[in-house]
Design a protein around this ligand. Structure first.
Ligand code: TRH
Length: 446
């Protein structure tokens, strides 16, 4: 039987992480760290000096200009990936970035500084431009079309007129499928203009473009975890982060959290970002409450916390505060991997279940080196959650939990080995500078 409450929960204060107050309904009162304007927003003020931002020695990219085009199809993945990339190109490589977006309202959820009234604005050194303003833009030296969003016709025509043609890339969706590496960086001549567009495929294998990882991300994570030992104290509750799409198995999953909680001394806490899934969870909880839950004084209560959508730079810290991460789409899926915690990926569903091929390709790769029982548990929980199988998700979660010690070690190993691969932005910049050098207009003054 599920028990629940919406009130801030006292015993969660035991693991008060350093997060903005509005993101910590049940946490302590640690003030939000303030950053001085000259410090990159990516860099935690607590970082030791050796981790402070500087350009990598290999590139001199400060003269490069880059336009990133993003159409928000739905949700937050498109803008999430492009905004993260824009910040890294600007902060770590000194590139002059313009981010052209067709949906400022979605963008504002990730970057509350966005002013919806302004068609052109500057945020953290990046020019943000509303899509309808592109007709008069002079193209940048490098142009990134995110997820085949199709450049505006006027902009494309302006590219054709440029004496030095821009380096043009289509940033594709992330996939672990093996064909991805074979297509990475292949050129494709545009049928009307003759301009060449290259396909940049993110991925997990050496022959792909890698995934986004800011230079200081892992040291920042480790520093944060070292500074918050209460997160993993023996008396800490099991902390689950649940970010997903509306899911018919959410009731069963919450019941499983509650069942686990009722058997444990420390209890279970689940954080859900506001949204459709949170609404479903709220409905499930109030149903349970209405039908009379009996809470035993000896047992820890299951606690559900619905938190507001966090600005993107705070999202990682939110993940680092939890033990099990349910994530979705593309960007949060990658951030869970950098958190180095066991995670369950709710993949963006596609017609005719084609997303299963992508999901299984990832799980095949991820499970390499993981013992058979843990791998089976991990796969079954992915199956049940992605299949919205309410009847079997409870058992799947309990089997997963039984393997947590192995899964936790494996998640750390995965994160460490993935970090040996060059990150996406570095690979992108390498390609742009190399191509620009061949074309003789940028990046050759190092
Ligand atoms: O929102 P998503 O499901 O995004 C997408 C889109 O559906 C897209 O169309 C699809 O093609 C793509 O997935 C695969 O999930 P994703 O990618 O994880 O994006 C969420 C972003 O929101 C990510 O950048 C993290 C950020 N975020 C915050 O900044 N704060 C928050 O509180 C939360 C919950 C997320």
């Amino acid at each position: 039987m599920m028990r629940g409450t919406w009130k801030p929960v006292v015993h969660w204060r035991k693991w008060s992480p350093k997060l903005a107050p509005e993101l910590r309904p049940a946490f302590g009162t640690t003030p939000r760290p303030t950053l001085s304007p000259e410090v990159s927003p990516e860099v935690s003020p607590e970082l030791p000096p050796e981790l402070s931002p500087e350009l990598p020695p290999k590139f001199s990219t400060s003269r490069i200009t880059c336009d990133i085009f993003c159409r928000v199809v739905d949700n937050f993945g498109d803008i999430g990936v492009t905004w993260r990339l824009a910040r890294q190109l600007a902060n770590e490589f000194g590139i002059a970035v313009r981010l052209i977006v067709d949906d400022l309202a979605s963008f504002q959820k990730l970057a509350p500084e966005i002013d919806l009234r302004l068609a052109i604005q500057q945020i953290g050194g990046i020019h943000v431009i509303a899509w309808q303003e592109t007709s008069t833009l002079e193209p940048a030296q490098s142009v990134i079309e995110a997820f085949a969003c199709e450049l505006p016709t006027a902009y494309l025509s302006a590219m054709v007129e440029m004496p030095q043609k821009p380096v043009w890339l289509n940033l594709e969706y992330l996939s672990a499928e093996s064909w991805v590496g074979e297509h990475h960086l292949l050129p494709s001549p545009h049928p009307q203009t003759g301009l060449s567009k290259h396909f940049f495929f993110p991925g997990f294998r050496a022959n792909t473009g890698g995934v986004l990882r800011e230079r200081n991300l892992l040291p920042e994570r480790d520093l944060f975890l070292r500074g918050n030992p209460d997160l993993v104290a023996p008396s800490a509750p099991l902390k689950i982060f649940l970010f997903g799409y509306a899911n018919a198995a959410s009731g069963g999953l919450l019941q499983a959290f509650d069942a686990v909680s009722s058997k444990s001394k420390n209890g279970v806490g689940c954080t859900i970002p506001a949204g459709e899934l949170a609404q479903q969870a709220a409905a499930a909880m109030s149903y349970q409450k209405k039908h009379g839950a009996v809470a035993s004084a000896d047992l820890a209560q299951f606690q559900l916390n619905i938190v507001p959508f966090a600005p993107q730079p705070e999202f990682d810290r939110l993940l680092w505060c939890h033990d099990i991460l349910f994530v979705r789409g593309e960007d949060s899926f990658v951030r869970a991997q950098w958190a180095g915690k066991p995670f369950i990926w709710l993949i963006y569903p596609q017609a005719e279940r084609t997303h299963w091929v992508k999901l299984n390709a990832f799980l095949d790769l991820y499970c390499e080196g993981l013992d058979e029982v843990s791998a089976a548990a991990l796969r079954e929980l992915h199956r049940a959650w992605n299949d919205e199988d309410n009847a079997s998700i409870g058992a799947a979660f309990e089997a997963f939990l039984a393997q947590m010690p192995h899964l936790a070690v494996h998640a750390k190993k995965w994160s460490a080995s993935l970090s040996e691969m060059p990150d996406l932005a570095t690979q992108l910049v390498t390609f742009i500078t190399k191509t620009a050098k061949i074309q003789g207009f940028a990046g050759h003054h190092a």
